[in-house]
Design a protein. Structure first.
Length: 541
């Protein structure tokens, strides 16, 4: 606290009396008569802007200069002969006694609270104690400096830092939400429209007469270019916010990102993930994913390393991500001690601090290792998965039987985009052996309508609100429904196909290849066979 005007004005008269009393102004007790202090020396002490005093080991003041008196007792004329405890708040007595005891042997210092005589809150004074011997009587030299304003400024700074941390946390949340929104818009609007345009153009070229071969070639060339644009849009959407993160968890999203990162940068990245890695709350998985993303970006931009390693591990309390490289490194000790660091490191630390996690950086000329941790989710945060099989057993419902053979196979389309459903219907309308029996706009409706309509095949979008495609497939299988399931998505990724197999799906088709693959895939799975890419089938073999 800054020294108030009342302190100075109320003690002005006392100061004048002190200075006029003798040459030096400072006062000493009668017990000091044997000390060889001359007036010029006391005058020198009184001219100092810091408080100086001498006391016994018990705290009895033998001498105090003007500034010392002004700090401890601004209204007092003299404090010689008084005990230091008189001017110190009771809460600081124990610390004072310990400091006096140590002060007889070696130099020590600390902060104490001093009584405010104008009834304001206690002031903070820093005291330094040092042994002093004059003849046979041990004494302690005390130097005092009021640091109330400095302490309050430091506390205000801490509060400002806490507020800044809170603002930063909110900004990170807003940034993630904005990334998620942009990714969703790119996927749901731009990506879907491009996929349907590609499908429509390729479907239209089949009706071109032989004389229009040149026009057909031009349209197909445009279709190829649109497919490249659609692929770039999909990649941008993934980088902004990988849909796999929410649908399948950190390990799948990480493997997808690392594969794309290696293709874009030429840096070989190995990934080690425990076989039964627990799922976390989406916010925690997102934080770790962003830290890994930022760390690998730093490897590419700054390290010069051609290799990197990402390792996930979990114990009973935390999930840990370790990212290491063989690059040139940097001064991590300076960053750890508060030195200047890039925005990326501050962003990583802010994300983890917000969740009670930690960020460690160890960098040497032979490489850098970044370690990030977040607490495992509490039981209350675990996602409650509804099982139709369990609910059916509880209600005594019988499991649906396999549909009887029909002349035309009935198909349910489940996609949250009307334009995507329309595109599928365009392809299927001309097929004499296939018919559309219903549509669903989200995963929950897909499960309900599969039970109600008992279609031969459900064409299931991967990313849908309320319940994702893979979760819907799990529920359909757990409920004992025999409907064939064909995943139909804009996402093209081998790990997704493996996850679809694990969920009991019968096939996997990307929307960009719908005109070539969708009808063929539908007939394949309806015959009881599987329809997956050659790479996925080879890896699953």
């Amino acid at each position: 606290m800054p020294k108030s005007v009342r302190h100075r004005s109320s003690s002005a008269e006392a100061k004048a009396r002190r200075r006029g009393n003798d040459v030096g102004g400072g006062r000493r007790s009668p017990a000091q008569a044997d000390f060889p202090w001359e007036a010029p020396f006391r005058a020198l002490l009184d001219s100092l802007d810091v408080g100086v005093a001498y006391s016994t080991a018990g705290g009895k003041i033998l001498y105090a200069n003007v500034r010392f008196i002004d700090i401890l007792a601004p209204s007092a004329f003299d404090i010689a002969g008084a005990n230091l405890k008189r001017f110190i708040t009771a809460a600081s007595w124990t610390a004072l006694e310990a400091a006096l005891s140590e002060g007889t042997r070696h130099e020590t210092e600390g902060e104490i609270k001093v009584v405010s005589y104008d009834k304001e809150k206690p002031r903070t004074v820093r005291l330094s104690f040092k042994p002093l011997y004059a003849g046979e009587q041990p004494a302690i030299r005390i130097v005092a400096a009021e640091v109330t304003e400095l302490v309050e400024t430091a506390e205000a700074l801490k509060e400002s830092e806490a507020s800044l941390h809170s603002v930063s946390a909110r900004l990170l949340r807003v940034q993630d939400e904005e990334r998620r929104r942009l990714a969703r818009d790119l996927h749901d609007t731009t990506g879907q429209e491009l996929a349907v345009v590609i499908l429509t153009l390729e479907h239209a070229t089949r009706d071109f007469p032989p004389a229009a071969a040149k026009a057909r070639a031009s349209v197909l060339e445009c279709t190829d270019r649109l497919r490249k644009v659609e692929s770039e849009v999909r990649t941008l959407s993934y980088v902004l916010h990988p849909p796999l993160l929410e649908e399948m968890g950190l390990s799948s999203a990480l493997q997808w990102y690392v594969d794309g990162f290696s293709k874009r940068t030429g840096i070989q990245v190995s990934v080690e993930v425990p076989p039964q890695m627990p799922r976390l709350h989406t916010e925690r998985e997102t934080a770790l994913f962003r830290v890994i993303q930022e760390s690998l970006t730093n490897v590419f931009r700054h390290s010069g390393s051609k290799r990197a390693r990402v390792r996930l591990s979990a114990d009973n309390s935390v999930l840990r991500a370790t990212i290491s490289d063989d690059g040139k490194g940097f001064d991590s000790a300076a960053v750890a001690n508060g030195g200047k660091s890039g925005v990326g490191i501050q962003s990583m630390k802010g994300r983890l601090d917000l969740l009670g996690g930690t960020l460690g950086i160890d960098s040497k000329p032979t490489g850098t290792c970044v370690t990030a941790t977040v607490p495992l989710y509490a039981e209350g945060e675990a996602r409650a998965a509804m099982s139709l099989a369990s609910s059916n057993a509880a209600s005594g419902q019988q499991q649906p039987k396999a549909p009887a053979s029909r002349l035309r196979k009935r198909i349910l389309i489940a996609d949250d985009h009307e334009v995507a459903r329309r595109g599928i219907k365009t392809l299927l309308n001309d097929q004499p052996d296939l018919e559309i029996c219903g549509e669903a706009e989200d995963g929950v409706a897909a499960v309900m309508k599969t039970r109600e309509l008992q279609p031969d095949l459900v064409i299931l979008d991967l990313s849908m609100p309320n319940l994702g495609g893979l979760s819907a497939a799990h529920q359909i299988r757990n409920a004992g429904m025999h409907t064939k399931i064909l995943i139909y998505t804009t996402h093209s990724y081998t790990e997704l196909e493996k996850a679809a197999r694990a969920a009991g799906c019968d096939g996997f088709v990307t929307k960009s290849k719908a005109s070539h693959d969708l009808i063929r895939a539908a007939r394949t799975v309806l015959r009881g066979e599987k329809f997956y890419s050659e790479l996925s089938q080879a890896q699953s073999a």
